[in-house]
Design a binder for this molecule. Structure first.
Ligand code: AMP
Length: 564
């Protein structure tokens, strides 16, 4: 049985290694020696997730439960834990330091520290399962107790990774791609390679399942299953309509609906709906469940967009849809205010068979057949190679308040998790904002000595105060970030843990997908998906955009400024 300490040692080594190849080699060597029950657990843990999405389990541990458990296990105050966290920004380090100086209490004191139980990987996982499954009135208590048990048994190194697992952020620099390569390397003797592992992962979305199959040499047998969400196919940004038609030729032209992605699994009468991030949102979306019941298929996986339709018949702002997706109680009341409509555009699985390898035209034909009783559930699609036609459809989509077009290659297969040229999205280019940098945050891991994200503000034209609008991460190379870090090092006012207050002097030109109302920022607005376009050292503070302009851009967004 593998000890949790062995796993924590692996994590420490991987964290201290900078090369990605070396990280992968370390993980692969570790995975090779695990048994079939431990293998899935280690695969998930290394990438910072506790359970595969198909288990539909959420740990439900927020910072307060975590602090309380650490404090109770170590005989200190929760406030001490949170103070230390503010100073270091890393729950793992805090847990480790607290455990290091813990006074032995309870059972451990009685036995003497050395005789305390040593945790196995399985013990830790069993506790996490109990925490996730705790429900009802006393669930908070159960969660704290189980976590407290883990911290009371853990040494400092184990505590570091238990705390990071509890918040599902391992900070060891191995993501999905790294684990995929490690699995391929560990089980290459059984015929696994990066490609076969990736394919199996995209179809199952469960790295543990994939790792076990890779070891057994049965990767080829894994396929899509109803009730197990798979990654959705994504669209690449097209340059323009003529360029997209030039690339694809005759294309399936569809509106890019302004809504949120839904993946619907129909298994007889049982319907499950997953969001783009593959969270189970079934209970929040009763009208989508009802719509999906009209599909005539025994089993199916459908892909589509849920759109919130306002009283004026136009799509409501994205954040309204998010409210629906997040709502757990009084769902019907909110559904009456923010009704959703379903537009289906793809069919991934039908009556026991995966359709991912069929061309789009065949998938669409099957989709039309099973939606024959309710054709208004289908997204409109026009097959055309004419730039003029596509431009007409584009204008109509924008006039109706939607985002633009998606042009799809009619012969393309469904590529789960891929953002490729077979789906090209066309949207109007947003105007950019010139905003003042008023704060910054240190990066993580390799970028710990670089400022990786920046707090932005606009000007209040009447009071001349700066009002914040959120954060932007730059997406720059390390070299460019180092230059920026140096530039800002002159402007630091005060450092609070990972965050810095910056003297307002530098202007960033920032693009974004949408402006939203937000109570979290003093401007009252936030940018959705902000991207830094340029450092505008040609501009001074007085040139920064005003709140007035932010509000006017907000109102002008596809003519639906009044809907939020
Ligand atoms: P983006 O979020 O900008 O990457 O655009 C891709 C998203 O557009 C998808 O994830 C869907 O949620 C959404 N979408 C809207 N209409 C369609 C459509 N007809 N086909 C595919 N995706 C669509």
């Amino acid at each position: 049985m593998t000890s949790f300490l062995a796993f924590a040692n692996l994590c420490q080594k991987v964290e201290a290694t900078s090369g990605s190849l070396e990280k992968i080699e370390l993980v692969a060597a570790f995975l090779k020696d695990l048994d079939e029950a431990e293998l899935p657990v280690a695969c998930s843990y290394v990438m910072g997730s506790l359970f595969p999405p198909s288990l539909d389990l959420d740990l439900g541990v927020g910072p307060s439960i975590l602090y309380e458990a650490i404090a109770k296990a170590c005989g200190c105050q929760a406030a001490q834990v949170s103070d230390m966290l503010r100073a270091t920004g890393d729950p793992g380090m805090v847990a480790s330091a607290m455990v290091e100086r813990r006074r032995p209490i309870g059972f451990a004191a009685f036995l003497g520290e050395k005789e305390a139980v040593s945790l196995s990987l399985k013990d830790v996982h069993d506790r996490f399962l109990s925490i996730a499954r705790a429900s009802g009135k006393r669930s908070q208590d159960t969660k704290v107790k189980n976590l407290q048990f883990l911290f009371s048994q853990a040494g400092p190194l184990e505590a570091r990774y238990i705390a990071r697992l509890a918040i599902e952020d391992m900070r060891i620099g191995v993501g999905e791609g790294g684990v995929r390569d490690a699995v391929a390397l560990a089980f290459s003797g059984s015929g696994a390679n990066a490609e076969s592992v990736e394919r199996a992962y995209n179809l199952t979305n469960d790295m543990g399942l994939v790792a076990v199959a890779a070891r057994r040499g049965t990767l080829g047998e894994l396929s899509i299953m109803v009730n197990r969400p798979i990654k959705v196919m994504l669209a690449q940004l097209g340059e323009s309509i003529p360029a997209a038609i030039g690339e694809i030729g005759t294309a399936a032209v569809e509106w890019k609906y302004d809504g949120a992605r839904v993946q619907i699994h129909k298994d007889g009468d049982a319907i499950r709906i997953f969001s783009r991030r593959l969270e189970n949102v079934t209970a929040s979306l009763p009208e989508i469940v009802k719509a999906a019941r009209q599909i005539s298929a025994k089993s199916a996986i459908l892909d589509g967009e849920a759109v919130a339709i306002g009283k004026d018949g136009r799509p409501m702002a994205f954040q309204e849809i998010l409210k629906r997706f997040r709502r757990k109680y009084n769902v019907q009341t909110l559904a009456a205010k923010i009704p959703l409509r379903l537009f289906l555009f793809d069919l991934i699985y039908l009556d026991g068979k995966s359709l991912v390898d069929l061309p789009l035209t065949e998938r669409r034909a099957l989709l039309e057949r099973i939606a024959i009783a309710s054709p208004d559930l289908l997204a409109d699609q026009v097959m055309s190679g004419s730039v003029e036609d596509a431009e007409g459809i584009y204008r109509r989509a924008l006039d109706a308040g939607h985002e633009g077009l998606i042009l799809k290659n009619p012969s393309s297969v469904y590529a789960p998790g891929k953002r490729g040229k077979n789906w090209l999205k066309i949207k109007p280019v947003m105007e950019t904002l010139d905003l003042v940098v008023i704060g910054a945050k240190w990066g993580e891991g390799r970028r710990a000595s670089l400022l990786g994200s920046y707090r932005l503000a606009c000007r209040d034209q009447t009071t001349e105060r700066l009002l914040d609008l959120g954060w932007v991460a730059t997406g720059l190379t390390d070299e460019a970030l180092a230059e920026l870090t140096e530039m800002f090092s002159e402007l630091i006012i005060v450092e609070k843990g990972m965050e810095l207050e910056i003297k307002p002097a530098v202007i960033f030109e920032v693009a974004y997908e949408e402006i939203q109302h937000s109570p979290n920022y003093s401007s009252g607005y936030a940018l959705r998906f902000p991207r830094m376009v340029a450092v505008r050292d040609d501009k001074s503070l007085d040139d920064a955009d005003t709140l007035e302009r932010v509000v006017s851009l907000y109102k002008g967004q596809r003519g639906r400024g009044n809907s939020a």
